[in-house]
Design a protein around this ligand. Structure first.
Ligand code: PEP
Length: 249
């Protein structure tokens, strides 16, 4: 059975004091769903967040990492470094990393390998641009991102992979894919997985939707059978909103 997950991507928001405040607020929230909750603070606050939440049911994950173990990569952080501060999961391939930092499918495949070699799980993001959707090639784009980033893996490694479909036109824009658009794409992704790896991998891989999920639209999106939760940006920065989304599952 695949897991239901709601993960908050805090992006480059919240200094240490703000991180402490948001975690305190999160701890006060009432939980009525059994979804796995994750938060992804910025690198400098991961150790603090891990310490503050290690006895809770909230998993702290990183927003990115480098593929090398160590060396002359100024400004980068490795999987081993993340593990050393208690972090066992990482978001890879977010569209902001792809667009602003020119991360390619090939680099992402290497990052995925580095994460798995370090016994970390990966939330692997992908999604089409508005032009792709308008031109009707959104499925093609998504399929190629998944193939190039992940199809070198063995079926047995897929238990460490969570997928996050995030149409770029819906991220931080207030515009959300309709629940039907999300369902159609998630069903397509599951089909792509089934063709390559068979039914067990397709059925057991969680596929999250991301792109302007809010308390007002979460329930409808999450009610779709192939949507296993969400990757949440803006709405994850307010504990009440984030937990309204968590509880919408
Ligand atoms: C994201 O950054 O992954 C995201 C989905 O952002 P937002 O919810 O703000 O659209």
């Amino acid at each position: 059975m695949r897991r239901k997950i709601v993960a908050g991507n805090w992006k480059m928001n919240n200094d240490l004091t703000e991180t402490e405040g948001l975690i305190t607020d999160i701890k006060k929230q009432q939980r009525t769903s059994d979804a796995q909750v994750m938060i992804a603070p910025t690198f400098t606050n991961l150790w603090h967040a891990y310490q503050a939440l290690r006895l809770s049911d909230i998993e702290v994950v990183a927003q990115n990492m480098h593929f090398a173990e160590s060396g002359a990569y100024t400004g980068e952080v490795s999987a081993g470094m993340l593990k050393s501060v208690g972090i066992n999961g990482v978001i890879l391939g977010h569209s902001e990393r792809r667009a602003y930092f020119k991360e390619t499918d090939e680099m992402l495949a290497e990052k995925v390998n580095a994460a798995l070699e370090n016994e970390m799980f990966v939330i692997f993001c992908f999604g089409e641009e508005l032009d792709d959707r308008k031109a009707g090639r959104h499925e093609q784009v998504v399929e190629s991102q998944i193939k190039n980033g992940l199809f070198h893996l063995q079926a047995s490694q897929w238990k460490h992979i969570v997928l996050a479909y995030e149409p770029v036109w819906a991220i931080g824009t207030g515009e959300t894919a309709s629940p039907e658009q999300a369902q159609d794409m998630h069903a397509f992704i599951r089909q792509v997985l089934e063709t390559k790896y068979g039914n067990a991998v397709a059925e057991n891989t969680s596929i999250l939707y991301g792109g302007s999920v809010k308390p007002a639209n979460a329930e409808e999106i999450f009610s779709k059978p192939d949507v296993d939760g969400g990757l949440i940006g803006g709405a994850a920065l307010k504990a009440e909103d984030f937990y309204a989304i968590v509880n919408a599952i």
